[in-house]
Design a protein around this ligand. Sequence first.
Ligand SMILES: [Zn+2]
Length: 76
Amino acid sequence: MLAQQGFSAPHWFEQAARHYIDGHQACPWCYSRHCVFLHERNGKIEYHCSCCDFLVCKIERTGACFWIPGAEEELV
Ligand SMILES: [Zn+2]
């Protein structure tokens, strides 16, 4: 799992967007389905996983991304 933290924020944003559409609101971190919520507000696009608290955010105007890793352990 630690190796995943080497990925960049834009990479995670892309993954989150893809999983959200292709995986039925799936999380690119914990792979749970129907747990990722998309928020668009204040010029930001944000994907947040309610299972592991993975978060990735993109500022639309600048294209800057940042992200927060999800929990390491699997939540049952
Ligand atoms: Zn997750």
